[in-house]
Design a protein around this ligand. Structure first.
Ligand SMILES: Cc1cc2nc3c(=O)[nH]c(=O)nc-3n(C[C@H](O)[C@H](O)[C@H](O)COP(=O)(O)OP(=O)(O)OC[C@H]3O[C@@H](n4cnc5c(N)ncnc54)[C@H](O)[C@@H]3O)c2cc1C
Length: 468
C-alpha cells in the first residue's frame, strides 16, 4: 500500500467506481490488506501518518467521558492509545444472548471462532492460547475451580503501529469522508464526497463503501447520511451503545501470598508478561442468576503487599444509550455528536449481585474483607466511570432491519453496497476487550466481499438521479 499524505486527492481512473474503505485503523487496514488486489480499492483516513488523539469536536451529553482521550485518528487509529490487552469471548457471550426469545447475534460462535486465528495473526500473536491451559500449566487450575470460579485469559499485543501492507492500495490521509450519495431508490450508495486537509471537496463514483471509522464514527456517518429522515436505515442506528464498565473494587484485599495473589506474578514469570489471568463466575451460575459477564483481575499491589481487584463488566444494550446528531457542524464539516450514556439501575443491580458471588468465592481463596459486605454493592459507590474506550453497538448486526442496522456480514440492511465494520456492529458486549473479535468479523467480512467480487454479484452502479 502506498500512503498519500497530500492535500490533493488524485485517484487513478476517477470515473471508475471505487471500493472505498473509510478509516485506516486496525479494522480498515485489515480489510484493505485482505482485499488489496481488487480493482479500484482506496482507503481514506481523517488523520495523518501518526495517529493522535482525535480532536473531532466536542460531543454533547456525556462528552467528558468520551472525549478526544478515547479516540484517535490517523494511520493505525485508536490503537495509538490502547492498552494492548486482547481476549477472545466465551461461547455464551455470543450464542446465548437472547432478546424476545431469539438470538441477537446472527453469527454462531463456532463460525466466529474459525476466524480467530487469522485475527490473532493480524495482531502478531503467534499462537492461540486458552485460559484453562494456562491455568493448568501454572498449577492453579484446581485452586480456581475449588473456589467456584473460571479462568479468563488476557494476552498483550506489543504493537501500536500496524504494518503497512505491501500491495499498492492508496491510503489518503488527512482526508475526511463527508457525505454518501445514494441512488434514487436508496438501495445503493453511488457516490462519496470527501474533503482534503486544505478544504477542497471531491466527489467520485462508488462501487462499494466499507465504514471502518470506529465505534462512534461509523454511526455518525450513517446518521449524517439520513438527516432528511428518508428511513434509509434501521431505527436501531445509533442506539444500543455499550461500554465495558471498568472500575477498581475496593474493600476486598487479596494477600500476595495466596494463590489468587500469585496469579499475576506466576503468569508473568511463565510468559514474559505476555499473558494474564482474570476470574469469572462460571457459566452455569451466570445463566441461573441471569447475570452479565463480569471479570475480576488483580489490579495493583499496595504498600502492605496486598492486592486490590479490578472489575470489568458487560453492559446490557439499551435503546436509551445512544448517539445522535446535533444541528451544528464540526471543523470537518460533519454534524456534531450527542451521546447519551448511563449505567442503569439494572446494570448496577447485576454488578452488585455478581460481586457478591465473587466475594463468597474469593474469601474462600484467602482474600480479606476489610469492610464486610460494604464493597459488594456498586450502588454504594458514587459511580463515575473513569473509562470509556470500548465503543460498541451503535450499528448492531442482526437478522432484519427491525432489530438491527446490518446483517451478519456487516452489510447495511437495504443498501447492498454499504458495509460497516468494527465494534459498532456488536449487538452485545460480552466480557472481552473488543479488538480481537472486531478483527475476526472484519476478516470474515472481507472474505464475503471477495466472494461477491469473484462471482461478479455486484450490481453495476448507476449515477442516474443520485440522492443525498
Ligand atoms: C484508551 C484506550 C485503551 C484501549 N485498550 C484496549 C485494549 O487493551 N484492548 C482492546 O481490545 N481494545 C482496546 N481499546 C479499543 C481499541 O483501541 C479499539 O477497539 C480499536 O482501536 C478499534 O479499531 P478500529 O479500526 O475499528 O477503529 P479506530 O482505531 O478508531 O480507527 C478509525 C479510523 O477511522 C478514521 N475516521 C473516522 N471517521 C472518519 C471520516 N469521516 N473520514 C475519514 N476517516 C475517518 C479515524 O481517523 C481513525 O483513524 C482501547 C481504546 C482506548 C481509547
Amino acid at each position: 500500500m502506498y500512503i498519500r499524505d497530500n492535500t490533493s486527492f488524485q485517484i487513478q481512473s476517477p470515473s471508475e467506481p471505487k471500493t472505498l474503505i473509510v478509516g485506516a485503523g486496525f479494522c480498515g487496514l485489515a480489510i484493505a490488506q485482505a482485499l488489496a488486489d481488487i480493482d479500484g480499492l482506496i482507503v481514506v483516513d481523517a488523520g495523518s501518518a501518526f495517529a493522535e488523539p482525535a480532536k473531532w469536536d466536542k460531543c454533547a451529553g456525556t462528552e467528558p467521558l468520551i472525549g478526544e482521550k478515547y479516540r484517535a485518528r490517523g494511520f493505525g487509529g485508536t490503537v495509538a492509545l490502547w492498552g494492548g490487552y486482547v481476549a477472545w469471548p466465551e461461547q455464551d457471550d455470543i450464542d446465548c444472548k437472547k432478546t424476545d426469545g431469539s438470538n441477537i447475534w446472527p453469527v454462531r460462535y463456532s463460525e466466529l471462532s474459525s476466524w480467530r486465528r487469522k485475527a490473532e495473526a493480524a495482531l502478531g500473536l503467534s499462537e492461540t492460547a486458552d485460559a484453562e491451559g494456562i491455568a493448568k500449566a501454572c498449577g492453579i487450575a484446581n485452586a480456581i475451580k475449588d473456589c467456584g470460579l473460571s479462568p479468563r485469559l488476557w494476552r498483550f499485543v506489543q504493537t501500536s503501529a500496524p504494518k503497512r501492507p505491501s500491495k499498492s492500495v492508496p491510503i489518503f490521509l488527512n482526508t475526511v469522508l463527508q457525505e454518501l450519495i445514494f441512488s434514487s431508490d436508496d438501495k445503493q450508495v453511488v457516490g462519496a464526497s470527501i474533503r482534503c486537509s486544505e478544504g477542497q471537496r471531491h466527489e467520485f463514483p462508488i462501487r462499494r463503501v466499507i465504514l471502518a471509522a470506529g465505534g462512534l464514527e461509523n454511526a455518525r456517518i450513517l446518521l449524517s447520511a439520513d438527516q432528511e429522515n428518508r428511513k434509509r436505515f434501521s431505527s436501531w442506528l445509533g442506539r444500543g451503545f455499550m461500554e465495558h464498565i471498568v472500575q477498581e473494587v475496593t474493600g476486598l484485599v487479596v494477600p500476595n501470598e495466596s494463590w489468587m495473589g500469585k496469579i499475576h506474578k506466576r503468569i508473568n514469570q511463565n510468559d514474559c508478561g505476555e499473558k494474564a489471568l482474570a476470574l469469572a463466575l462460571p457459566r452455569a451460575l451466570r445463566e441461573k442468576e441471569k447475570l452479565p459477564h463480569a471479570i475480576l483481575h488483580p489490579f495493583y499491589h499496595s504498600a502492605n503487599g496486598a492486592m486490590s481487584l479490578g472489575l470489568m463488566a458487560e453492559q446490557r444494550p439499551r435503546t436509551s444509550n445512544r448517539i445522535s446528531l446535533i444541528n451544528k457542524m464540526n471543523d470537518d464539516g460533519i454534524p456534531r455528536l450527542s451521546i447519551s450514556w448511563a449505567i442503569s439501575p439494572v446494570d448496577r443491580e447485576y454488578m452488585s449481585r455478581s460481586l457478591m458471588f465473587f466475594e463468597q468465592s474469593l474469601l474462600c481463596a484467602g482474600a480479606v474483607n476489610r469492610a464486610a459486605g460494604k464493597w459488594a454493592s456498586l450502588c454504594d459507590h458514587a459511580f463515575s466511570p473513569p473509562w470509556c474506550g470500548h465503543h460498541m453497538g451503535t450499528t448492531r448486526m442482526g437478522s432484519s432491519k427491525s432489530n438491527s442496522v446490518t446483517n451478519s456480514d456487516g452489510q447495511v440492511h437495504g443498501v447492498s453496497n454499504l458495509f460497516v465494520s468494527g465494534s459498532s456492529v456488536f449487538p452485545t458486549g460480552g466480557w472481552a476487550n473488543p479488538t480481537l473479535l472486531l478483527l475476526a468479523l472484519a476478516l470474515r467480512q472481507a472474505s464475503f466481499i471477495r466472494n461477491e467480487e469473484n462471482v461478479g454479484r455486484m450490481p453495476p452502479v448507476s449515477l442516474l438521479n443520485p440522492v443525498r
